[in-house]
Design a protein around this ligand. Structure first.
Ligand SMILES: NC(=O)c1ccc[n+]([C@@H]2O[C@H](COP(=O)([O-])OP(=O)(O)OC[C@H]3O[C@@H](n4cnc5c(N)ncnc54)[C@H](OP(=O)(O)O)[C@@H]3O)[C@@H](O)[C@H]2O)c1
Length: 266
C-alpha cells in the first residue's frame, strides 16, 4: 500500500519504538491518530511530527472496554498499527491477577479488539493494512518471560490467522518482530546489558520495517541481527533444546537483570 495520504491509528505512540514509527509514517505523509496513556506526551509528539491532521487519544488499554472505546473515537482508518505493549517479565506468582490480565489485555486482547473494530471499514473500502508489533519472544521462550512469551506467541498466531482471512479480500496483515532494541524502548529502559555476541537492532530499523511491511505487504519482518534471528528460529524448530540453552546460567542471569529493570512497567 502507498503511504502518502493515508490515515493510521498507532498505539504505544509515546514509547521508544512508537515514536520512531510515528516519525517514519508522518514523514511519508500519513495522518496519525496517536494513542498512549499520557495525554501531554501525545500532544507534544503530535506537535513535533511533520505534516498535519495528527490527532491524539489517551487510552489505558489495560482497562476493560478501552480498546473498543478508542476504536469508536478514532473511527475508520487505512492502517492499524498495534504497537503498545508491556514487558510482562518476572516469575508467574510475582504477578497479581490484575497485572496478569493487564498484560494479556494490552499485549494481546487490545490488538485483537482494535482489529475487530477496524476490519469492517477496511473491507468496505477493499483496502487497508494492519501491523502487529510482536517480538522474537513470540518465537522462542526465555526465562522470566512466560507472560510476555504467552502474549507474543499469541499475537503472532492471531496475526497469521487474520492474514489468511483478510489478504484474499484486499486487506494486508503484517507482523514486525523486534529482537533486543538499543537506544530506546522497554529493553533499553531496563538498563540491562545485552548478552555478548547477540547484538541489537535500533528503533529506526523497527520503523523502517513497519514502512516496508505496509508498502510491500510482508508477512513478517524480524528486526534483529542474524544471530538473534537464527536463535529465534531454532526456538520454533526445537523448543526443548532452545529452552534448555536459554535457561542456562548466563541466560538466567541476563533475564534477571532485564526483569529487575522492567518491574515498574508491569
Ligand atoms: N524495545 C524492545 O527491545 C522490544 C523488543 C521486542 C518487541 N518490542 C515490542 O515493541 C512494542 C513497543 O515497545 P517499546 O519498546 O516502545 O516499549 P515502551 O518504550 O515501554 O513503550 C510502550 C508503549 O506502550 C504503551 N502502553 C503501555 N501500557 C499501556 C496501557 N496500559 N495502555 C495503553 N498504552 C500502554 C506506552 O504508553 P504510555 O506512554 O502510556 O506508557 C508506550 O507508548 C511493544 O509491543 C513491545 O512488546 C519491543
Amino acid at each position: 500500500m502507498e503511504l502518502a495520504g493515508r490515515t493510521a491509528l498507532l498505539t504505544g505512540a509515546t514509547g521508544g519504538l512508537g515514536r520512531a514509527i510515528a516519525v517514519a509514517l508522518a514523514q511519508r505523509g500519513v495522518s496519525l491518530a496517536l494513542s498512549g496513556r499520557k495525554l501531554e506526551a501525545l500532544e507534544a509528539l503530535a506537535a513535533e511530527l511533520p505534516g498535519d491532521g495528527h490527532r491524539v487519544f489517551a487510552a489505558d488499554l489495560a482497562e476493560p472496554g478501552a480498546a473498543e472505546k478508542l476504536a469508536a473515537e478514532v473511527g475508520a482508518v487505512d492502517i492499524l498499527l498495534a504497537n503498545a505493549g508491556l514487558p510482562g517479565t518476572g516469575r508467574l506468582p510475582d504477578f497479581s491477577a490484575d497485572e496478569l490480565s493487564g498484560a494479556l489485555r494490552v499485549n494481546l486482547e487490545a490488538p485483537m479488539l482494535l482489529a475487530r473494530a477496524m476490519e469492517p471499514g477496511m473491507l468496505a473500502k477493499g483496502s487497508g493494512h494492519m501491523v502487529f508489533v510482536a517480538s522474537l519472544s513470540g518465537k522462542s521462550a526465555t526465562p522470566l518471560s512466560s507472560v510476555y512469551n504467552a502474549t507474543k506467541f499469541g499475537l503472532r498466531g492471531f496475526a497469521l490467522g487474520l492474514r489468511a482471512d483478510l489478504n484474499p479480500l484486499g486487506v494486508g496483515v503484517s507482523i514486525v518482530s523486534p529482537g533486543t532494541i538499543r537506544e530506546a524502548g522497554m529493553y533499553a529502559d531496563s538498563g540491562a546489558d545485552v548478552l555478548p555476541g547477540l547484538g541489537t537492532g535500533s528503533p529506526q530499523q523497527v520503523a523502517d520495517a513497519v514502512v516496508t511491511a505496509i508498502e510491500q505487504n510482508k508477512v513478517e519482518l524480524a528486526v534483529a541481527p542474524i544471530q538473534q534471528r537464527l536463535l529465534a528460529h531454532f526456538g520454533l524448530a526445537s523448543p526443548g533444546i532452545a529452552v534448555k540453552i536459554a535457561s542456562g546460567k548466563a541466560g538466567q542471569k541476563a533475564a534477571a537483570n532485564v526483569a529487575a529493570g522492567q518491574k515498574d512497567k508491569r
